[in-house]
Design a protein around this ligand. Structure first.
Ligand code: ATP
Ligand code: MG
Length: 287
């Protein structure tokens, strides 16, 4: 893979006060333009890793780099990191604090010292991207959970980060809300934002991500999602099951219905296409 490494952890170690080491000597890379799913069992350190990448935590050892340069933890260095990387935490109530949606989303851009015109433009653009323009004047405490989640994401993208990191963004959203969020993320990806998300949903990871990183006690194992999410050994180590699509592909192969290098379906729609013999690159024969 030759993509530009935007942010990385190089041999990073981290321990919370009074706790056991959470990460030790961890290497982790976010490559430009590659949608990355981060998976691992509860307590494996996903949230910690994301807070290190976005500058909320500082490593005890090793370094965080942005385009190869080590991050400096002074005001200037952190501002530079935060305009490159934005983290959306799992619980929107930990992120939202302003009285109204519009005020909350404008907070980051105002802090960058941008002009009022520029701030207004960014807020309008972010609210539109998240489909919450109509909520601009609503008090944040009156929003539904899904609306608060969208507001938190709007606040992050108003910073126009090159890397948007989302901690379990689909947790607590209804199926339609999940689909709308994925469509929004696709839009951001199309406009050049690199998106990283932590999730426990292997089917979602297989469908959405270019690459998957499995965080296990032996380190982060990263590679193309279809391959990583078929690694039964690593998945078990990360407390995960085989994605539905990979399990179906295995079954189709044992029945001789799927041959050649075809990766197998990642969604019911792809299974239907496979069954109809229209899947690209596929060599499937379903009678
Ligand atoms: N603020 C904190 N102070 C002390 N220990 C913490 C703190 N936050 C997390 N930990 C510990 O660090 C370890 C990693 O936690 P982390 O939240 O990074 O895991 P995670 O992979 O995000 O888990 P989950 O899937 O449950 O969200 C856990 O053992 C947790 O108890
Ligand atoms: Mg977490």
């Amino acid at each position: 893979m030759s993509e530009n490494v935007l942010v990385a952890l190089r041999g990073v170690s981290f321990t919370y006060e009074d706790g056991p080491p959470v990460l030790s000597g961890l290497d982790f890379e976010v490559r430009e333009g590659r949608a990355l799913a981060l998976l691992g069992r509860n307590g494996s350190g996903k949230t910690t890793l994301m807070r290190l990448l976005s500058g909320g935590l500082r490593p005890d050892g090793g370094e965080v780099t942005v385009e190869g340069r080590a991050v400096r933890y002074d005001r200037k260095g952190l501002t530079a990191l935060r305009t490159t990387v934005q983290l959306v935490v799992q619980d929107p109530d930990d992120q939202l604090f302003a009285a109204s949606v519009g005020q909350d989303v404008s907070f980051g851009p105002l802090n960058l010292g941008l002009s009022d015109t520029e701030v207004r433009a960014r807020v309008a653009e972010s609210l539109a991207a998240l489909d919450i323009t109509a909520l601009a004047d609503r008090p944040t405490h009156l929003l539904s959970y899904g609306q608060r989640k969208r507001t938190a994401i709007a606040g992050a993208i108003a910073m126009r980060p090159r890397v948007l990191i989302l901690d379990e963004p689909t947790a607590g959203l209804d199926p339609d809300g999940q689909e709308r969020l994925l469509a929004t993320l696709d839009g951001l990806r199309a406009s050049g934002t690199t998106v990283v998300m932590a999730t426990h949903d292997v089917d979602l990871a297989l469908r959405w991500a270019d690459d998957a990183a499995l965080l296990t006690p032996s380190g982060a194992h990263t590679g193309p999602a279809a391959g990583m999410l078929a690694r039964t050994d690593l998945l078990a180590g990360a407390g995960l099951r085989l994605p539905w699509g990979v399990a179906v592909a295995r079954l189709l192969r044992t029945r001789g219905l799927l041959t050649g290098p075809a990766p197998g379906p990642r969604s019911p729609e792809e299974l239907a296409a496979l069954a109809a013999g229209t899947a690209d690159g596929g060599d499937a024969h379903v009678p």
